[in-house]
Design a protein around this ligand. Structure first.
Ligand code: ADP
Ligand code: MG
Length: 250
């Protein structure tokens, strides 16, 4: 019996994933702050109103209005710079990206995913099909593993709501020369129509102890990789969350 190294290793991966979750939450917050760059916008609005008053007189104050326009321009350029600075902090360093295969990435995370299954007495199935032959992807390994972890965690949460069956989750990898699609399919009850538009919003959760950051951070990560993420409610029950990553020239 030599399962101690596996445990130690999954503990280490789990720690790293939690760190990624924290960073992703920060990234979400930062993008929120960037969104709320109210201050320069407020200044721009005030200047614009002043400018309007100056021009809207029988004797328009052209010189002063020109000055006001310069202020508006200055504020707008400053706001743009601020946004770019914040963005840059969280941009993926290209150097952190390595070429890997999705099947290997899942394999490496398997002990951690199995722990999620064990916790709810559930079953995890991984179908890699022809995935080993699929092209590799240039990506940030840990961040994509964070996405996998978040989706599988949600899938087991959803599947264990049903008391009538063993919670089942299946990971499928498929793709072609252009993109690789990874699906996480659960045996839950699907997603109620009235919340379908909100799942990816930061802090949206229907769980008692949820953070509402799993899907929001996953989307941020996938989009930073120029990929897409989504879900569908399946006719046969449960849902399928998927993400697609483009195959880029290595
Ligand atoms: N596989 C799924 N089946 C049904 N609902 C889901 C599934 N995955 C996510 N959701 C819904 O999306 C919400 C947001 O998920 P997430 O961002 O991971 O936050 P959290 O898991 O902390 O609630 C969940 O609270 C849940 O309502
Ligand atoms: Mg979650």
């Amino acid at each position: 019996m030599d399962n101690k190294p596996a445990w130690t290793e999954s503990g280490a991966i789990l720690n790293q994933l939690m760190e990624i979750a924290r960073i992703s939450a920060l990234a979400e917050m930062a993008s929120g702050i960037a969104h709320e760059l109210n201050q320069p916008l407020g200044a721009i609005a005030t200047f614009a109103q002043a400018g309007e008053r100056m021009l809207n007189r029988p004797d328009p104050l052209l010189g002063q209005a020109l000055d006001v326009f310069r202020h508006i321009n200055h504020e707008a350029l400053g706001a743009g710079d601020g946004i770019r600075r914040i963005r840059r902090i969280f941009e993926h360093e290209r150097a952190a990206h390595e070429v890997c295969r999705m099947a290997d990435l899942v394999g490496e995370l398997r002990p951690v995913l199995d722990m999620l299954a064990t916790r709810v007495n559930g079953r995890l199935q991984v179908e890699i099909g022809t995935a080993p032959e699929l092209p590799g992807l240039r990506l940030d390994r840990l961040k994509i593993q964070h996405v996998l972890f978040a989706l599988v965690q949600n899938a087991f949460d959803a599947a264990s709501v049903r008391a009538d069956q063993v919670p089942e989750v299946r990971i499928e990898i498929s793709g072609d020369r252009y993109a690789i699609e990874t699906s996480v399919i659960d045996s839950g009850e699907g997603v109620p129509a009235e919340i379908q538009g909100q799942l990816f919003r930061p802090f949206f959760t229907t769980k008692l102890r949820g953070t509402g950051l799993g899907l929001a951070s996953s989307r941020a990560i996938i989009e930073a990789h120029e990929g897409t993420i989504g879900f569908e409610v399946r006719k046969q029950g449960g849902s399928r969350f998927w993400f697609r990553l483009p195959v880029t020239a290595a």
